[in-house]
Design a protein. Sequence first.
Length: 387
Amino acid sequence: MKRVILLLLLVMALTSGKTTMAADMDMDMDRFEPETEFINYTEMGLVLQASEIVQRPEDYFSTQSVTVRIESGKFRGEVHEIENVLSDHAYYDIIVEEGQKVSLMIEEYPDGGYNVYISDYYRMDSIIYLLGAFILLVVLVGRSKGIKSLVSLGVTISAVLFVMLPLILRGFNPIFVSVITAVLVTVVTIFLVAGINHKSASAIAGTSIGVIVAGVISYIVGNQASLSGLSAEEATMLMYIPQGIQFNFRHLLFAGIIMGALGAAMDVGISIASAIDEIHKANPKLSSRRLFQSGMNVGKDVMGTMVNTLILAYTGTSIPMLLLFMAYETDLSKVFNLDVIATEIVRSLSGSIGLILTIPITAMIASYYAKENRVTKKKGHKENEVI
């Protein structure tokens, strides 16, 4: 009997303990629930005063007392004292000085109150100044063609931001979308800069074929090498976007290779087509074969620098990683076998192969069209003489 009573008491104690524990857990959860909802957004601010950095004795953080004035939005003109917490990490710390512009995070509550934090440096002024210098130089040097180049740049940016990326975000095949975008950008850019003529048509055909070949090569080699397409942190973050789209990250990688090779291929294509057109105008008696050889000679000179430019552009972003491997004396075979490095190698070499193939394709098409255009003009001229 005593054992039964003890057992009942033990069960009651455990039950009450669990109930108390559950109640305590509910109280703890309620404690962490936000009391009120708020909205946050970014405004520009100006640092009026900034103290020296002070090390907190009780923890590992440092602080900086900052006085800021909000320079935009509905709270413009208001001044706030902010404790700027620093973690001694160069990437995350925002150390400010007096007179410096900063981005402020505003947390606004339904009752009208709000909190202000320093979220980042304000960089838009520097970007606008640099953009202004770029536009000014393009117009001064290029004159009318410079203006056309700026228009084509606007078309390219618009095509990427408002056509290519939204379609990919809606689930369309990235390779198909990138090819269509690349051809569209090529047609508009070259027609704007060089006019609607056989020279532009040759450059468009050569560039488009070269870029598509680069995409095909990257697709074949990337699949054989089992590239994941997740070598960049941003690609991994796409797994958690609110749209819930399941991306094929290899296809995203190949789409990036196609768009990355487009700029250099357009440069080569229009350079060779223009060179052949000028040579033909200077000496119309040259045969198609001779024009093709001249175009190839120009292409070989351009190829030497363009291939270096393309590879250096792709590998330049990997310098910190390569230095890290060198610092730890990692074996080169292991380095080149890593997904992130193999991805950049495939990207660079595929783009370079597409660039190289653009040269003979454009030279062949341009030399053919130059002679065909000359023959057509001669026939038309004779008919006018007869008339």
